[in-house]
Design a protein around this ligand. Sequence first.
Ligand SMILES: O=C(O)C(=O)[C@H]1CC[C@@H](C(=O)O)C1
Ligand SMILES: [Zn+2]
Length: 331
Amino acid sequence: MCENNKWDSSQIRNYDLDLQPIPRLHYKDPKVDELMKTNQPVLLSGSNIAKPAVDKWTLEYLEENLGKCGHTVYVSKTHKFKYFNREKILSKANPKGVEFTSETKSVEMKVSDFMKKLKEWKQGDDRLYLQQSLNSSVGSAIVKDFMGFEWRYVTEKKIRHGWGELSANLLFIAMEGNCTPCHYDEQENLFAQIKGFKRCILFPPDQFECLYPHPVYHPHDRQSMVDFDEPDYIKFPKFKNVKGFETVVGPGDVLYIPIYWWHHIESLLADGPTVTVNFWYKGGPSCLEYPLKDDQKVSIMRNVEKMLLEVLQDPKEVGPLLRTILLGRYV
Ligand SMILES: O=C(O)C(=O)[C@H]1CC[C@@H](C(=O)O)C1
Ligand SMILES: [Zn+2]
């Protein structure tokens, strides 16, 4: 991890992981398309993709222009903000409901209150993380800046690489040290860093066995069960062999996070709040070409789990049935 005059290794948490650097290319370099075409992450530098935001979105400007209505703010007792899908807390696939307590909760908060709490925060207080879709509720100045993004470039990539429709642009305002634990999304992602620095650790879809995602029916579906701060190598022995990639994104950088790639993202320590905007694109149509790609196998595994949960109606039945299929026959 190269250090420079903008941050140093004391500002990143130390995990015992085998990580290679993510390639960093000028955003017009033709090699960008070679990497995107094969679902490889790449850090795009020197672009104007979110330039109006990089130039103007200070915390004061955002407070002034984000709009007066409530914004979604996650609250956590720790530095980790592990996403959960509340619809899965009591779902068809799990009629009895799953014993679930989350370390985070989401509240609606005015930006002014959020910014005030950020300023007054002291060690031991709950941490906050504003995560809000950039939609019609934001002020006109933000809309104008948003329209000034380099849409021609991102739309050209969407078309060239067969991504689906743009599903959302989310704004993230994090406290220093906030962490989004390791998970994957079923969307393509252009992750535009606006203010501050974030360490991004990525793992390819073929690391599924080393990252032990919660079962599909669980509220933490798509999230790794491994706590990177204190890995349980008894429960998750293959985590010891996980191999990944990393980079630190700064203002103006845009990281391409391919669909189904795992990512663990944290704002640097002792560097103040960070601001990011992402571009989530639905996955494009994928034809089954052989050999199947790793992300296609993850999608197939998800569908098998969903079908079994649907028909067995009880998550406890899934393991025994799969063992009966496998033991002595496939393994
Ligand atoms: O854009 C994504 O896919 C994410 O996971 C975001 C959720 C919080 C953001 C972060 O930087 O912490 C990243
Ligand atoms: Zn994500």
